[in-house]
Design a protein around this ligand. Structure first.
Ligand SMILES: NC(=O)c1ccc[n+]([C@@H]2O[C@H](COP(=O)([O-])OP(=O)(O)OC[C@H]3O[C@@H](n4cnc5c(N)ncnc54)[C@H](O)[C@@H]3O)[C@@H](O)[C@H]2O)c1
Ligand SMILES: O=C(O)C1=N[C@H](C(=O)O)CCC1
Length: 269
C-alpha cells in the first residue's frame, strides 16, 4: 500500500502549530514527518509530543527546514512573513506543496511567493475555514447586488497576541466586496480612522480592528444604507477549523499543477 502523504509543520510551538500537530496526528489521511521551529527555540532537537506535554511520538523538531521538507509531500506553514517567504523557496526546491496560513504579507512577500509558485503548488489563504470562505462568496454577491448608497465596513476582533491588522480574513472580505462592486480595494480602502477624519467618502470600504483577550477570530461585513443595514458575520470559536482547512489544502494540492491557489479552489466554492 502507498505511504500516506508526509506533512511538515513549521512554527510547531505556536497557537496554530500545536493545533496542526494534533490535527495531522489524528488524521488517517496524512502522517506527520517533522516539525520546524526557529533556530534557538527551546523545542529544537526534541520530540514534539514531549514538547507539547505528552509522550514521545517519534517526530523531532528541527531548525533545518530544507532537510525536513525533502522528506515530505507538504509543508503547512502558519508562522511570520519573513519565515514564510524563505519556506516558499525551500518547499519549491523540495517539490513539496506549501500551504500558507501566515497573514500580514506585504507586496514584497507576495512577489517572492508568486515566484516560488512557478515551480511548486502553493495554497495560500488568510483564513482556511469553510465558514469564512463561504462568507467571502456571500460578500462578493451582496456587494454586487448593492450600489454605493450602501457603505461597506469590515470589523474584526482577535486575541491580544495578534500582531497584524487588519486581519488576513478582513482583507479577504474587503477584496471580495471590492470585486463585487467592480473596484480595486487599494483605491477605496480606509484602513484606520483617527481624529478629524471628515465625513465618510462614498464608495469607500472601511476596516476596524479590535484586539483583546483570547478571541479566536470574529468578522462582520456591514452594508449600511439610510434606514437599514445588512450584517454578514462569522464567529470562530476553535482554531481547529483553520487546521482542518489547512490539512485539506495539503492533501488537495497533491498532483496539482504548479501555481498559486486559494481555499476557494480547494473547497470548490
Ligand atoms: N489562514 C488562517 O486560517 C489562519 C488562522 C490562524 C492564524 N493565522 C495566521 O498564522 C500565523 C501564526 O499565528 P499563531 O497565532 O499560530 O502565531 P504564534 O506566534 O503563536 O506562532 C508562530 C510560530 O512561528 C514560529 N516561527 C517564527 N519564525 C520562525 C522561523 N524562522 N522558523 C520556524 N518557525 C518560526 C514562532 O516561533 C511561533 O512558534 C499568523 O500570521 C496568523 O495571522 C492564519
Ligand atoms: O489568530 C490569528 O492570528 C488569526 N489570523 C487569521 C487572520 O488574520 O485573519 C485568521 C483568524 C485567526
Amino acid at each position: 500500500m502507498a505511504e500516506l502523504p508526509g506533512i511538515v509543520i513549521t512554527g510547531a510551538s505556536g497557537r496554530m502549530g500545536q493545533m496542526l500537530v494534533h490535527t495531522v496526528m489524528a488524521s488517517d489521511a496524512a502522517r506527520l514527518v517533522a516539525c520546524v521551529e526557529r533556530t534557538g527555540h527551546p523545542w529544537v532537537g526534541r520530540d514534539v509530543g514531549a514538547c507539547m506535554g505528552g509522550g514521545d511520538i517519534g517526530v523531532l523538531v528541527t531548525d533545518d527546514p530544507l532537510e525536513a521538507f525533502a522528506r515530505a509531500q507538504a509543508v503547512i506553514d502558519f508562522t511570520v512573513p519573513a519565515a514564510t517567504v524563505e519556506f516558499a523557496a525551500l518547499a519549491a526546491q523540495a517539490r513539496a506543496v506549501h500551504v500558507i496560513g501566515t497573514t500580514g504579507l506585504e507586496a514584497e512577500h507576495l512577489g517572492r511567493i508568486a515566484a516560488a509558485s512557478r515551480h511548486a503548488v502553493i495554497v495560500r489563504a488568510g483564513n482556511m475555514s469553510l465558514g469564512v470562505n463561504l462568507l467571502v462568496q456571500l460578500t462578493r454577491k451582496v456587494a454586487a447586488a448593492l450600489d454605493a448608497d450602501w457603505d461597506i465596513e469590515v470589523v474584526e476582533a482577535h486575541h491580544r497576541m495578534k500582531v497584524d491588522a487588519p486581519s488576513g480574513t478582513a482583507l479577504m472580505l474587503g477584496e471580495a466586496a471590492a470585486e463585487g462592486r467592480g473596484v480595486v480595494l487599494d483605491d477605496v480602502a480606509d484602513r484606520g480612522r483617527d481624529g478629524i477624519t471628515g465625513a465618510r467618502g462614498r464608495g469607500r470600504i472601511g476596516f476596524a480592528a479590535i484586539r483583546g483577550g483570547d478571541v479566536v477570530g470574529e468578522h462582520d461585513v456591514i452594508f449600511a444604507a439610510d434606514g437599514e443595514r445588512i450584517v454578514l458575520r462569522h464567529l470562530a470559536t476553535d482554531r481547529a477549523i483553520f487546521a482542518r482547512g489547512a490539512l485539506k489544502a495539503a492533501l488537495w494540492g497533491q498532483g496539482q499543477k504548479p501555481g498559486e491557489y486559494d481555499m476557494l479552489d480547494v473547497l470548490g466554492l
